[in-house]
Design a protein around this ligand. Structure first.
Ligand code: AGP
Length: 609
């Protein structure tokens, strides 16, 4: 997520803007910029790289401006370059905008604006905004932004300034956070509270569809029709560090709770308006190549690998293409039988994992086409692959991956339906049913998050366990792998994921009185079998927590505790069943007073072999 700041008042604006941007650095970014009202006009400074690079271009400038806006960019559309950095300006340079979010219909708008004579300087979706405001500007910046809001679809938090209206900052919000700070003869704007705390704790939290007009003398808020809205003052009683986590105790918990938004952002613009097909404009693959595909390979590490195991199941199930999935550090050394006509999918949240990058190069050397699924625009994996499908989860700070996993699964579902459509292996109504269920998942995740207290109680009950088993069949086995890794890496409790049907071939010997087992039983055609496996471990004294789809009540007869998931298409169950497992691991780690966000021995991105 990008960081946005704004100031208008009586003090020098540049130090306030830079301090605010520094306080938002934790959100992750790859370029930064400001625009200020200086000497009767707009002065723009922006650079790729860290804030220090921007500061080098500003130091010694002795700016006296008392108003301006700033931005730290987490790239989504367009690599992190000087031109793609915010703020963006219109043709005349008299209007400047910063933006957080995704303008879904930017391609059509860009085409229309070009036809109207506008010249673009960047590859970003954001740059349509200053040109739209320019197109509609008739002397009132707020009126021009209101018209712009009518034209755009997607998520946005926008700040706009105009050369002809010094000291005025106009703000609009839809789906991306925006907070207004109330001062004495000065006012502040930020995408997140930490940037406001040095100056004020009195704020307005802008709501979706609202627009604010900010000057040193005051703030007025209106709706999309220009009708004034009375806002209540929200007093912030968090300290700065808490504010970076939006009030959550750890980044991991914040990121678990960000999953509904991350999923919505990753789906945004990728399902056709009629809801029947997938739109993946970022894939530039000849349909004949897809039809002639011999095999798909998926390779990744850790959680990304677990996402790949789900990917295998869904691509084979929906697109009927054989899929092999490998841990990247194994893939690169097993002399894989790969060549032209094969598709290799590499998955990496950071896009910098050494083993995954090496596997990517191995695949390309053997002539396969490589598609990357990654969360970081411009990362090594993104640059080296033939095609990239971005997860739009925003920066993931906690070492334990959560929202990245859920958005990786989302991309696999989109890709599986897209492949199925290319190869004609699904009926349109089947595609429609899956995509319709996919769109409902964010709300379902919110339902599950509301059960956190119950999961915390269970985690506390098992926090002293020496080991734990995660069982499942098919897709449930794939999610069991992820649940097991989450518990191990942050609570340090040894855990093992096991194919439920495989237990009796050895590992059942480890199941004795009191051993905790989480059994996933979300797949209708495997439900009875998994219930039998639960009986197997119960008969040896295990304590079982069952996870099933609502309505499959039989599981209550065998499991000690049951978590029900909202009904969804069985293929999509992993996106829901992983949530209680993430929360269980989190609360177990908290109960054991572990370092949740930075577990021992681990790094967020393993850039060495
Ligand atoms: C997952 O919680 C771990 N942090 C780790 O397994 C991680 O998924 C793995 O290192 C891969 O990282 P990547 O997705 O950035 O390539």
């Amino acid at each position: 997520m990008c960081g946005i700041v704004g100031y208008t008042g009586k003090r020098p604006a540049v130090p306030i803007l830079l301090e605010g941007m520094r306080r938002l650095e934790y959100r992750g970014y790859d370029s930064a910029g400001i625009v200020i009202y200086e000497n009767g006009g707009l002065t723009l400074k922006k650079k790729a790289g860290m804030l220090s690079v921007l500061e080098e271009t500003i130091n010694g400038s002795n700016f006296t401006a008392n108003a301006g806006i700033g931005h730290t960019r987490w790239a989504t559309h367009g690599a992190p370059t000087d031109d793609n950095a915010h703020p963006h300006i219109d043709c005349s340079g008299r209007i400047a905008v910063v933006h957080n979010g995704i303008i879904e219909n930017y391609i059509k708008l860009r085409q229309w604006l070009k036809a109207e004579g506008h010249i673009f300087q960047s590859d970003t979706d954001t740059e349509v905004l200053p040109h739209l405001i320019e197109q509609f500007y008739r002397g009132d910046l707020q009126a021009a932004l209101l018209k712009t809001m009518e034209m755009i679809s997607g998520s946005y938090a926008i700040l706009a300034v105009c050369h002809d209206e010094p000291g005025r900052i106009v703000v609009a919000r839809q789906d991306s956070p925006m907070v207004l700070g109330l001062g004495e003869g000065e006012n502040f704007i930020a995408s997140d509270i930490p940037a406001l705390l040095p100056h004020t704790r009195n704020t307005y939290l802008l709501d979706d569809g609202e627009l604010a007009d900010v000057t040193p003398g005051g703030i007025t808020v209106c709706d999309k029709k220009g009708v004034c809205v009375n806002k209540e003052v929200f007093y912030v009683n968090w300290e700065a560090e808490q504010a970076e986590k939006s009030g959550y105790e750890h980044f991991m918990l914040k990121e678990i709770h960000e999953q509904p938004t991350a999923l919505r952002e990753t789906l945004r613009g990728r399902i056709s308006e009629d809801g029947q097909s997938v739109v993946l404009n970022e894939l530039d693959i000849d349909p004949a190549y897809i039809k002639g595909l011999r095999k798909v390979f998926i390779t990744a590490c850790g959680t990304a690998y677990h996402a790949g195991v789900v990917g295998k199941y869904v691509i084979e199930k929906l697109a009927r293409i054989p899929v092999e999935v490998d841990i990247a550090s194994e893939f690169r050394y097993r002399d894989p039988i790969i060549g032209p006509g094969d598709l290799v999918i590499v998955v990496s949240q950071s896009g910098e994992t050494a083993d995954t990058r090496a596997a990517l190069r191995e695949a390309r050397q053997r002539g396969a086409r490589v598609v990357a699924i990654t969360n970081v625009v411009g990362s090594s994996v993104a640059r080296e692959a033939d095609d990239v499908i971005y997860t739009w989860a925003g920066p993931e700070i906690a070492v334990a991956s959560t929202k990245a996993y859920v958005t990786q699964l989302t991309v696999f579902y989109l890709l599986a339906v897209w492949l199925a459509e290319q190869r004609g292996t699904l009926l349109v109504r089947e595609q429609e049913a899956i995509l319709d269920s996919l769109k409902k998942l964010p709300r379902h995740i919110e339902t599950l998050l509301a059960q956190s207290d119950r999961i915390a109680q269970l985690a506390d009950r098992y926090k002293e366990s020496h080991c734990m088993f995660f069982l499942g069949r098919g897709l449930d086995y794939a999610v069991a792998m992820e649940g097991s890794l989450k518990l191990k890496e942050i609570s340090y409790i040894h855990a093992e994921a096991y194919a439920a049907g495989e237990l009796k071939h050895g590992t059942l010997a480890l199941v004795v009185e009191g051993v905790p087992v989480i059994a996933l039983a979300t797949q209708p055609e495997l439900f009875e079998k998994t219930v039998s496996n639960i009986k197997e471990v119960k008969a040896r004294g295990a304590e079982v927590i069952g996870v099933a789809i609502e309505g499959f009540m039989e599981i209550e007869e065998v499991a000690d505790q049951v978590f029900y998931l909202p009904a969804t298409h069985p293929a999509l169950a992993p996106i829901l069943s992983v949530v209680p497992l993430q929360l269980f691991a989190y609360f177990a780690a908290v109960a054991r007073e572990c370092s949740v966000d930075k577990p021992r021995n681990l790094a967020k991105s393993v850039t060495v072999e």
